[in-house]
Design a protein around this ligand. Structure first.
Ligand code: URP
Ligand code: ZN
Ligand code: ZN
Length: 496
């Protein structure tokens, strides 16, 4: 008797102390019975959410022992509880190739939520003659009130001059925009030459910003494109043949050298598709340079033979840059290895969807006029979890490459982890069922086709929580446009 009353007192004191200490004022949600997976391990635990934040990770059943009565209980028995996904490379409403990418901030961020992604990073885009700050303000105006999940921006720099360099520093110091994308490809559109790139890198080196690089030798590619069209080789598959891996690895090498000259500025190579380019990154990392890279699901699963070279104009669906590569080479195997070994730190989607009708069709008879890009923001968590099932990576590495590292890489301090004080962005993942992807199956992007048509993968997005709000549950959408907020970012957490 004496023992049990002591226990009761302890329990009561603990409950009141616990509530007072943590000030549980807003609606509380308890995700119970699941396996919480982080970048470094997994354990049976319950996740307590208070309003918009994670309040505690509790030993199973301990919420009741602390006298906590949550407003909402989510049963995660038999499921994985992981941080909401962070997709660090998406393009909503991007004007490109004579048209505009098909998802806007509303449809694209909603599709992201359907895919277990609770933060997206898009781009403001400065091209020749434009003012950097004005392009950022315009992008804010486009996204404000439209997003279903939280969002941030990188800034594209396409015109290096005194004003734009000054603006880069301003954005880092004042706007929460701490990364800049430049292009060695697309002459006449986004392209910068080596001198311009070096100057921007030197500026970033001073401010602490991260440089992102589209590493393809666009000048050489344009020669190959003209020669291909002159020969009459105009089908979509020539998009890849005119962008050989040598021109990706050469540009990657050059970007790395320029970054070194600029004071070892942190450099992040986007959408890596080729083994030789990965070797350049790996070599730089072994030399101690601050070089990072991402790949995307399309480079891990899709190929010239099975997709880009489909008969007629079908292959246009998969025209993107860097391009899909041959399945008979070693790229996919090497990219999975790179993800395991941390040579590739992040998986993003480079989500840039274009419909076949009226958009991809612009390139009928001339592959160089097919708008570059494909959609996938909804499918990254699914496609990379399949890598876990295939034995290509661990469950923890899935969380690390899709949630935790992109948050750290781009200074999203409250994202990518489940720990007290972090934003309550959570994905409950059901490993016991399957997801069928296709235009008439799971598909919520504003495209008239699916890049992953016919894929049936293991696991399923079960429940998605964005800053404490359940946005997806029981195959229903419960989120709302305008819930997503702009997030200011700090500097890259690997260097600073
Ligand atoms: O094909 C692609 N990747 N389109 C989007 C623009 C870019 O280069 O990231
Ligand atoms: Zn790019
Ligand atoms: Zn992109």
């Amino acid at each position: 008797m004496a023992g049990s009353s002591t226990a009761t007192v302890v329990r009561r004191r603990t409950a009141s102390w616990w509530k007072a200490e943590r000030g549980l004022t807003m609606a509380t949600t308890l995700i119970q019975g699941g396996t919480v997976v982080s970048a470094i391990g997994r354990r049976e635990a319950d996740v307590l959410i208070d309003g918009e934040s994670i309040a505690a990770i509790l030993a199973p059943g301990h919420a009741a022992a602390y006298g906590i009565t949550p407003d909402v209980v989510i049963d995660a028995t038999g499921k994985y509880v992981v941080p909401g996904g962070v997709d660090a490379h998406v393009h909503m409403s991007l004007p490109f190739g004579g048209t505009v990418s098909a998802d806007d901030f509303d449809t694209g961020s909603r599709a992201a939520a359907w895919g277990g992604v609770t933060t997206i990073i898009d781009f403001a885009s400065q091209t020749v003659g434009l003012d950097v700050r004005e392009t950022l303000a315009a992008r804010h105006a486009e996204a404000a009130g439209e997003c279903h999940v939280d969002y941030a921006f990188h800034q594209i720099i396409g015109d290096v001059n005194e004003e734009s360099l000054e603006a880069m520093t301003y954005l880092v110091e004042n706007e929460g925009v701490t990364s800049f994308k430049m292009f060695m490809a697309y002459p006449g559109v986004f392209y910068s030459d080596d001198g311009q790139i070096l100057r921007a890198m030197q500026n970033a080196s001073e401010s602490g910003a991260l440089m992102m690089m589209h590493a393809e030798n666009g000048i050489a590619i344009d020669v190959l494109v003209a020669q291909s069209l002159a020969r009459g080789d105009s089908d979509p598959k020539y998009h890849s043949y005119t962008r050989p891996e040598e021109l990706e690895s050469e540009a990657t090498h050059r970007a790395i050298k320029l970054a070194r000259v600029a004071g070892n500025v942190p450099l992040y190579i986007v959408h890596m598709s080729a083994s030789e380019a990965l070797e350049e990154v790996s070599r730089a990392q072994h030399m101690g340079l601050n070089v990072f890279a991402e790949t995307c699901p399309q480079y891990l699963y899709l190929s010239i033979e099975d997709h880009l070279a489909q008969p007629g104009f079908e292959g246009a669906k998969w025209v993107c840059s860097t391009p899909l590569r041959s399945k008979h080479e070693h790229h996919q195997k090497d990219l999975w290895k790179g993800l395991r070994m941390n040579e590739l730190a992040v998986v993003s989607t480079d989500h840039c969807p274009f419909c076949m009708k009226d958009q991809k069709e612009l390139g009928i008879g001339d592959f160089s006029k097919i708008p570059n890009g494909m959609g996938g923001v909804e499918h990254r968590m699914e496609m990379i979890y399949q890598g876990v099932v295939m034995g290509e990576m661990t469950l923890e590495r899935w969380v690390e490459t899709c949630c935790t590292t992109p948050a750290r890489m781009f200074g999203l301090e409250k994202k990518g982890v489940l720990e007290p004080g972090a934003d309550a962005d959570v994905l409950v993942w059901d490993p016991n069922t399957k997801t069928k992807i296709g235009i008439n199956d799971k598909h919520h992007m504003a495209m008239d086709h699916s890049s992953y048509e016919g894929f049936e993968v293991d696991g399923k997005v079960d429940t998605v929580i964005s800053r404490g709000r359940v946005v997806v549950a029981n195959d229903s959408y419960l989120g709302a446009k305008g819930h997503g907020q702009f997030v200011k970012r700090s500097l890259n957490k690997y260097i600073h």
